[in-house]
Design a protein around this ligand. Structure first.
Ligand code: SF4
Length: 360
C-alpha cells in the first residue's frame, strides 16, 4: 500500500471510530458506475473499517436505461433495409424483452459501434441513403455531444440522421432516492465526469434539503479515499455541504456545455429502470429539432419494461442489495459471457465490477 493511501485510510479509521460510537454504521452511495469499477478494481473495500459500507447508485447509463428502450432500438434495427443503428458499445449486449442488439445484428441488422454522437453523424453523411439512428443514452456527460451533433445535423441538412434519446439527469434520481427513504444513504460520493458539466454547486440543494454531504471525486483510488474522508469528516462535524476534491470540477461547471443542453433539450418526466418515472429527470429534443427525434419521426413499438426473471439490477442500482445478494450471480447463472441484466453487461455495471474483481 502506498504511503498516501495508508495515511488517508488511517484517518478514515480514526473518524469512523468516533462516528461508530454515536451511530451504528455509515452507508455512502457511490453515484457513478466508474467509481464502482474503480473501488472494485483497487480492492478499496478491504481497507475500510467494518461498518462503513459503500453502495452502488444509479449512475451507470446503461443500467438505468429501461428494457423498453432496447426493444425500440431492436425494432428499428430489425428493419435493416431502412435503418442503421449507431450506438455506444455497452448497449449492444443489453438484453431487451425479445432480443439484444447483438442478436439482431447476428440476424442481419446493421448495428455499428461509435464512440461519440459526432461519429454517428459522420456515418449518416457517409451512408447518405439509409437512416442512421443514434442511441443517445447517458447523463450530462454525453448529452452535450448529442446536442452538438443534432445542431450540426440541422445546420448541414443531414436528414438521414436522428437520435433516439434516453438522456437522464443525475440530480432528480439522487433526490428520488433520498425522498423514497427505503435505503439508508448518509452521504454521496458524487460523479466526476457529470460534475465537470454540472459543477459541484449543483449538489447544494440536495445537501441542504436532506442534510447529506455530497463530495465530488475523480476516479483514481486516492481521489475516492479523499472524498470518503471529506464525507466522513462532515458527518463527524454535523455538517452537510457540497464540495469537490476533484480539481477538474469548478463550482459552476461548464457554462458552454450547460448552455448547449438548454438550447437543444427540454427536461421531461422520464422512466428509469426500477425507479419508475421521475419528474423532469430526462432530456428530450426541443420542438425545433423534432425532425431529428427518432421517437417522433418513426413508428416505434409501445412495449412495457420487465426485469428478466430473478434479475435484481433494479435493486442493485438503488443500493438496496449488492450483486452478491442476487441469486443469479451467486449461482453463476449470470456472467459477463451470458449476462441476464444490464449491470452485468456494462463496463460501469456493479455486477460486472463485482464479478471481475470481488467474486469470492
Ligand atoms: Fe441482474 Fe445479473 Fe446483476 Fe443479478 S447478477 S442483478 S441477474 S445483472
Amino acid at each position: 500500500m502506498n504511503k498516501a493511501v495508508s495515511l488517508s485510510c488511517k484517518k478514515i479509521h480514526e473518524i469512523c471510530d468516533g462516528l461508530f460510537s454515536r451511530r451504528q454504521r455509515v452507508q455512502i452511495m457511490e453515484v457513478c458506475g466508474t467509481h464502482t469499477m474503480s473501488i472494485a478494481r483497487s480492492g478499496l473495500r478491504s481497507l475500510l473499517p467494518e461498518g462503513l459500507n459503500l453502495i452502488s447508485g444509479p449512475g451507470c447509463p446503461v443500467c438505468v436505461t429501461e428494457q423498453s428502450y432496447v426493444d425500440k432500438a431492436v425494432a428499428l434495427a430489425d428493419r435493416s433495409s431502412e435503418f442503421v443503428i449507431a450506438t455506444y458499445g455497452d448497449m449492444v449486449r443489453v438484453p431487451g424483452s425479445r432480443s439484444s442488439l447483438a442478436e439482431a445484428r447476428a440476424g442481419g441488422a446493421d448495428v455499428r459501434v461509435v464512440t461519440s454522437a459526432d461519429r454517428a453523424l459522420e456515418l449518416a453523411r457517409q451512408l447518405g441513403q439509409k437512416q442512421v439512428v443514434f442511441l443517445a443514452v447517458g447523463f450530462e456527460t454525453t448529452a452535450p455531444g448529442t446536442a452538438l451533433a443534432v445542431q450540426e445535423a440541422k445546420r448541414q441538412g443531414v436528414n438521414n440522421f436522428s437520435a433516439l434519446t434516453a438522456h437522464k439527469l443525475i440530480l432528480p434520481a439522487m433526490d428520488a432516492l433520498l425522498a423514497a427513504d427505503d435505503v439508508r444513504i448518509d452521504g454521496f460520493l458524487c460523479p466526476g465526469h457529470v460534475s465537470v458539466i454540472l459543477g459541484y454547486g449543483a449538489y447544494d440543494g440536495l445537501s441542504r434539503r436532506y442534510g447529506r454531504p455530497c463530495v465530488v471525486a475523480g476516479f483514481d483510488p486516492l481521489q475516492i479515499i479523499a472524498a470518503l474522508e471529506a464525507i466522513l469528516q462532515q458527518l463527524a462535524d454535523g455538517r452537510s455541504e457540497a464540495v469537490s476534491v476533484y480539481p477538474a470540477v469548478a463550482r459552476d461547471g461548464n457554462p458552454t456545455a450547460l448552455k448547449l443542453l438548454e438550447d437543444v433539450f427540454v427536461e421531461a418526466d422520464t422512466s428509469w429502470r426500477s425507479l419508475g418515472v421521475i419528474p423532469n429527470s430526462g432530456l428530450v429534443l426541443r420542438q425545433e429539432f423534432a425532425e431529428f427525434d427518432a421517437a417522433k419521426r418513426f413508428e416505434l413499438p409501445a412495449t412495457e419494461s420487465h426485469e428478466s426473471p430473478g434479475c435484481r439490477c433494479g435493486d442493485v442500482i438503488c443500493g438496496r442489495c449488492t450483486p452478491f445478494e442476487c441469486e443469479l450471480f451467486s449461482s453463476g447463472r449470470c456472467t459477463p459471457r451470458a449476462p441476464v441484466g444490464p449491470c452485468m453487461v456494462s463496463s460501469e455495471g456493479a455486477c460486472a465490477a463485482a464479478y471481475k474483481y470481488e467474486k469470492r
